[in-house]
Design a protein around this ligand. Structure first.
Ligand SMILES: O=C(O)CCC(=O)C(=O)O
Length: 240
């Protein structure tokens, strides 16, 4: 199936926004009930209520006591297609894939990585400033769909984007603290230009793989839980 022919076409203004800023938010894409089902699933995978075989369900990075990733929980399938039916379902969601295909200007896309990231409140758990292409080297040919699973608040450690930063090169990165799986940009980031993603439940933000983004620690009173799904052009006939 051709993902671009699926529902949810982006308007010319939304396409322009993505090309100018490196990200675009599509409101009202997902329903509250399906989001609640995802929360229940992610929590169940973390607690062992559902089978998490083939996934990392626990600390996002755990390479020593100083690893910033120890204070971020994640559910991340390591096998694709994803075994868990609920996570596979949202990864294959035709609305999300249709938008990713339009943004990548390709007929069909497939998800190559999926990650639920949970940040408990009151902890030192920032996501360092980075460009996704430091991990993937896609040359700008990948796009991420990121969306909250519970409401976002100003101090909850939501994602922050630097508009227009996707037009530069992939900057030098290094492991946080020299050890973490998380990488951080080694040059100065224009943090004053950062825009917080305070998007409502049901909205999905799509960002370019070279966009500079990160998230502060969760300094609020409730957890921050979001799902990030990364797409590239389909490589298999069945992917679309
Ligand atoms: O949710 C976060 O804090 C980080 C997610 C991220 O970096 C991404 O989706 O590319």
């Amino acid at each position: 199936m051709d993902d671009k022919s699926a529902t949810v076409p982006l308007s010319p203004a939304q396409m322009e926004r993505f090309h100018a800023d490196g990200f675009v938010v599509v409101n009202g894409l997902l329903g509250l009930e399906e989001i609640a089902r995802l929360v229940e699933r992610v929590d169940g995978l973390l607690s062992g209520r559902y089978d998490a075989t083939g996934m990392v369900a626990g600390r996002a990075s755990d390479r020593g006591t100083t690893d910033v990733g120890r204070r971020i929980k994640q559910v991340m399938p390591m096998q694709y297609p994803v075994r868990d039916p609920v996570l596979r379902g949202i990864g294959d969601d035709p609305r999300i894939k249709a938008i990713a295909a339009q943004l990548l200007d390709t007929a069909a896309v497939e998800m190559f990585q999926q990650q639920a990231l949970i940040k408990d409140p009151g902890q030192d758990n920032p996501t360092p400033w980075h460009q996704d292409d430091t991990y993937w080297r896609s040359g700008g040919s990948a796009v991420t769909a990121w969306f909250p699973l519970e409401p976002l608040y100003a101090d909850c450690g939501t994602m922050h984007m630097i508009p227009g930063s996707h037009r530069g090169d992939v900057l030098p990165h290094a492991r946080v603290g020299g050890i973490s799986i998380f990488q951080v940009i080694q040059t100065t980031v224009d943090v004053a230009a950062a825009v917080p993603l305070l998007i409502p439940l049901g909205a999905v933000s799509f960002h370019h793989s070279k966009l500079i983004h990160g998230a502060p620690r969760n300094g609020g009173a409730v957890r921050r839980i979001a799902l990030a799904q990364h797409y590239h052009a389909a490589t298999t006939a069945s992917a679309g």
